[in-house]
Design a protein around this ligand. Structure first.
Ligand SMILES: Cc1ncc(COP(=O)(O)O)c(C=O)c1O
Length: 441
């Protein structure tokens, strides 16, 4: 035995103090981030100099939980609470993740059915199947959102959720949908991916159903590159979504506490939002009023300047004041005329496009969801399809929702930009009038 005295017995510590922890994310990482902005070479050199001169630069802690600094993700969640008005909000890394976490929080799983619209981005229905449940695809109407009557007809004893999608920025018929859902006691998950900042009957979208799912991917209204949020007033659903998004509660505030009640602990995944996305999301949420005002102003100016044509109708808006204004959709009487009009409009420089053309694949239309139509499965267990007797599965086919296909094939969609000037809007409207006058005379 050596004569040295152990520290535990009052001897000197072998490791008196470790050196300070270096900044993990420092100047080089910051410069790499700034490289994404198009600074002039002179500004770039000045910025580099300035950053390199900073002697004790402390970088960010890029993790929401146990962050010694105020978390940007938490601040973005708080900003979303102010925007949407629910009691709880959880940041995730995409709307796809938000949908899965919401379905899982609601207990959706093998043998359950979830009603989704035939016109939505594939993620809305793919996430039902990846949660091991059966997507029940139903028609949209002239609102281009779920038709409440079609929902009513599609409800079975297996229906575990209804997912209205506020497509292309305009609200679904939330009053009728909530009536049906409440009568049958079925939760509603609003897919607000394309309509952040919209409302219905004065209520923000994402606060009307049981849960709301937002996308902040780069192509949405307010963005963080990738990202999403879940909103809800239900503490239990928030807790369960939080658990699912975070590998079953590893990071929840009281993470070693026992289950408060059956269903609080289970194996989840990792959908956490990074602090970098949180910072961008926070700045974007703060700008949302200004962005939305721009979309609405531009859309109203274009729409009001379109002349009356007997053959032209507009998408039915369930609540014009709640429309985000990101797109203007018009219908012509038949698909051939619509295709021709789109060609003429594009030649005029009008930012118009069609929605459905049977020759062009588009992930927003059910007839291209082969994964579902052909009941594809990821593993030999055959899920989600194997959980339901084959003769009780929905009958999927490429033409199972003819009304949706008819509407979409006659739709002209004009993309609205929040940055359009008054002159841009006037020019777009005059291009539309010119083409329609020529075609419909
Ligand atoms: C209606 C709808 N739902 C869900 C998603 C998925 O969003 P994310 O890209 O954030 O996963 C999208 C994205 O395009 C969408 O448009």
């Amino acid at each position: 035995m050596s004569a040295e005295k152990l520290a535990i017995d009052g001897g000197p510590r072998a490791v008196p103090e470790l050196g300070p922890f270096p900044t993990k994310i420092g100047a080089e990482e910051l410069l790499e981030i700034l490289d994404m902005w198009e600074f002039s070479p002179e500004s770039r050199a000045k910025i580099r100099q300035l950053i390199e001169r900073e002697a004790n630069l402390k970088g960010p802690h890029l993790f929401k939980y146990y962050n010694p600094k105020p978390s940007k993700v938490a601040a973005a969640e708080k900003a979303m609470l102010d925007l949407v008005g629910t009691k709880y909000c959880l940041a995730v890394n995409s709307c796809t993740s938000a949908l899965v976490a919401s379905y899982r929080a609601l207990g959706v799983g093998a043998g359950d059915e979830v009603i989704v619209p035939a016109y939505t981005f594939f993620a809305t229905s793919a996430t039902v199947a990846s949660s091991n449940a059966i997507p029940v695809i139903v028609e949209v109407d002239e609102t281009l959102c779920l038709d409440p009557e079609a929902i009513d007809r599609a409800i079975t004893k297996r229906t575990k959720a209804i997912v209205p999608v506020h497509m292309r920025g305009a609200p679904a018929q939330m009053d009728a949908i909530m009536d049906i859902a409440n009568k049958k006691g079925i939760p509603v998950v609003e897919d607000v991916a394309q309509a952040a900042g919209g409302s219905f009957g004065g209520k923000p979208l994402g606060s009307i159903g049981t849960m709301g799912c937002f996308s902040f991917d780069y192509y949405k209204i307010i963005v963080s590159g990738e990202g999403g949020f879940i909103t809800t007033d239900d503490e239990w659903l928030y807790t369960r979504a939080q658990s699912w998004h975070d590998c079953a509660a590893c990071w929840r505030p009281d993470r070693f506490a026992k289950e408060r009640r059956e269903g609080e602990l289970f194996c989840g995944e990792n959908y956490r939002m990074s602090e970098l996305e949180g910072a961008v999301a926070l700045a974007q949420i703060r700008r949302s009023d200004e962005v939305l005002a721009g979309y609405r102003r531009a859309k109203m100016q274009i729409k009001n300047a379109i002349e009356t044509f007997p053959c032209l109708s507009f998408r039915r808006l369930t609540d014009e004041a709640g429309d985000t204004g990101i797109s203007l959709v018009m219908f012509l009487p038949d698909a051939d005329a619509t295709r021709a009009a789109i060609k003429y409009l594009q030649a005029e420089g009008v930012p118009a496009g069609g929605i459905y053309d049977s020759k062009i694949r588009d992930w927003h239309i059910f007839s291209y969801w082969e994964h579902i139509l052909h009941k594809k499965t990821v593993a030999s267990d055959g899920l989600p399809w194997s959980a339901v007797p084959a003769d009780e599965l929905p009958k999927y086919s490429r033409d199972m929702c003819p009304r949706t296909l008819d509407l979409l094939s006659r739709a002209i969609m004009v993309d609205v930009g929040y940055h359009y000037s008054g002159r841009d809007c006037a020019a777009i409207a005059s291009g539309i009038n010119k083409v329609l006058r020529t075609m419909l005379k």
